[in-house]
Ligand binder design. Structure first.
Ligand code: HEC
Ligand code: HEC
Length: 492
């Protein structure tokens, strides 16, 4: 553990040091001016439509594997590292003890056996399917738990018996924490032109709780696994750009007032600007990856060395450990390779950017103020932890369509569960890139934090709070305008 953290601490010093050489300074200045051009909407580069959403990292890919390619500009050595990391993302971990010590240590409690079990094809999870009134236990959706109060870093306070997320699976000999229940309530409405619509509002609960009742007042936040393309590029957006988004929204003086999240980052042992997760509750890809191994699969690492078993879960604490009992269950090098893999997954290029309907939709997207929150473009700076990323991601003009800020989205979307600076009504604007390829990759288009929306239009119809006026603009659109708006979003 010491080595890992020491190396990370070294990286931190390096980042805070003055720019190491003049060449880098020049690049950063050039990037800054390109960014200002993008920001003012007067882009003068060769890609005004943002077809190459990840700049030089962009891959031209559609179909089932569209989310699974490395950044197009990686070196051969980096590609090899990507492939190694990929194998540990996809393959299942197994129960200890086993003959494959490199991959044992699953659980004792877990939700899925691999990263790819939830981020199927590097894509998106879905809420549990209902079949004949019964539903399967969730996998691509996890349920975060907490009780009032905060932990030592201002983060959520875990439920004392069940911890900070509900594990509905366990290795043999250990009880799963219980079962998740799900019901849907139908919400109906009409567009201004009279066309009716109906939405599904999920209500989650628990049954067969294995370790007794949860503490009264436990707060519950269901979240689906988002697609993981381009996360290294998002990590390389400069903090100042995100903070400037908040300032610009404040200056507009309207209801849209995004706020940054500030969260504890285990790899760098400091508070940082939050970027990942549905509430911007994680700052770095390294933290997200190590925390997912730990919380979702039950694999310990130097950063999270203890199993997730709580004091009350005696069977969980007594279960055999992986890696023949040598902690941690995933070694530093392998963890680093998975982080690198995550960071260098490329976003796929847009499709049909010249299409007339798509262009009409783009204009409607801006007119409806969608772009205030779903900010189109940035020029990347450098990765905070360069040992897990690639210089190939630096200085790229990217088009993720997010401000990375938290917004009050109204009572219908509220989970009532704070997460660092995010309150119970705030959510991070999710990046929209790749959204039109979800159907190719995952065979579904379940959107929003809990996957309740069955497509782009439904997602917009759930927008409220700071986005209420945007939604009202959409309600007033006629059918062909609605179709154009959706077509544009699905071209991203
Ligand atoms: C049980 C399902 C599940 C598993 C297994 C899982 N994830 Fe996730 N992942 C999620 C969910 C849910 C979120 C959103 C979390 C939140 O909002 O707090 C997420 C978020 C992420 C993000 C942030 C994406 C973004 O744009 O915000 C990354 C990166 C990620 N996961 C990587 C991984 C890696 C790497 C692994 C394996 C070590 C993994 N995940 C395993 C469900 C899962
Ligand atoms: C006030 C900021 C804001 C505005 C304005 C806004 N959005 Fe969003 N959008 C969000 C947030 C925050 C979420 C995530 C909400 C959630 O998951 O509960 C979201 C989610 C979405 C999603 C689902 C993304 C996913 O990955 O599941 C789509 C699609 C979307 N918005 C499109 C639009 C369109 C189109 C408009 C304009 C009509 C718009 N948004 C206006 C903040 C905004």
């Amino acid at each position: 553990m010491g080595g890992f953290l020491r190396r990370l601490a070294g990286a931190r010093r390096w980042r805070h040091a003055a720019w190491p050489c003049a060449a880098v300074l020049l690049i950063s200045l050039a990037a800054g001016s390109a960014l200002r051009a993008a920001h003012g909407g007067q882009s003068n580069d060769a890609d005004p439509d943002g077809e190459r959403v990840g700049g030089d990292t962009t891959v031209f890919a559609t179909g089932r594997n569209a989310f699974s390619f490395p950044a197009a500009n990686l070196s051969d050595e980096e590609r090899t590292r990507f492939v190694i990391g990929n194998s540990f993302f996809r393959r299942n971990w197994v129960q200890a003890p086993s003959s494959t010590q490199a991959r044992d240590g699953l659980g004792p409690h877990f939700i899925a056996r691999s990263c790819g079990g939830c981020h199927v094809q590097d894509g998106r999870g879905a809420p549990p399917e209902l079949r004949q009134g019964k539903h399967e236990q969730p996998m691509g959706l996890l349920i975060r738990l907490s009780v009032p109060g905060t932990d030592a870093h201002g983060g959520p306070m875990p439920e004392p018996v069940y911890g900070d997320q509900f594990a509905n699976a366990a290795v043999s000999g250990v009880k799963p924490e219980g079962e998740v229940t799900l019901r849907y309530r139908t919400v109906r409405g009409r567009f201004a032109d009279g066309t009716p619509y109906s939405l599904l509002k999920p209500e989650y609960g628990f049954r067969k709780l294995a370790y007794g009742p949860m503490r009264p007042g436990t707060m519950v936040s269901p979240r689906i696994a988002p697609q993981v393309i381009g996360v290294g590029l998002i990590e390389a957006i400069a903090d100042e750009d995100v903070l400037r988004n908040a300032q610009e929204q404040t200056d507009l003086g309207g209801p849209i007032r995004g706020r940054p999240n500030h969260v504890w980052d285990a790899p760098t042992q400091q508070m940082r600007l939050g970027r990942f997760g549905w509430k911007a509750n994680v700052a770095t890809v390294a933290h997200q990856t190590a925390a997912a191994f730990h919380g979702d699969i039950g694999i310990t690492s130097a950063l999270f060395p203890d199993e997730t078993c709580t004091v009350a879960q005696r069977d969980c604490r007594a279960a055999p450990r992986g890696a023949a009992g040598r902690a941690p269950e995933i070694d530093e090098r392998t963890l680093g390779n998975v982080i690198f893999y995550q960071s260098t997954l490329a976003p796929p290029a847009r499709r049909g950017v010249q299409d007339a309907q798509t262009r009409q939709g783009a204009a409607l997207f801006h007119a409806a103020q969608c772009a205030v929150c779903h900010r189109p473009s940035y020029v990347t700076s450098r990765a905070p932890l360069p040992q897990f990323s690639s210089r190939a991601l630096e200085g790229q003009r990217i088009w993720p369509y997010t401000d990375l800020l938290l917004h009050d989205m109204g009572p219908e979307l509220a989970d009532g569960r704070p997460d660092f600076a995010a309150d119970g009504r705030q959510w991070r604007t999710p990046p929209l890139w790749g959204i039109g390829l979800l159907h190719d990759v995952n065979g579904h288009t379940r959107l929003l934090h809990d996957g309740r929306a069955r497509g782009v239009l439904e997602a917009v119809l759930w927008h409220g709070g700071e986005a209420q006026a945007s939604k009202e603009r959409v309600l007033k659109m006629n059918r062909s305008e609605r179709e154009a708006l959706v077509k544009f979003v699905e071209s991203l």
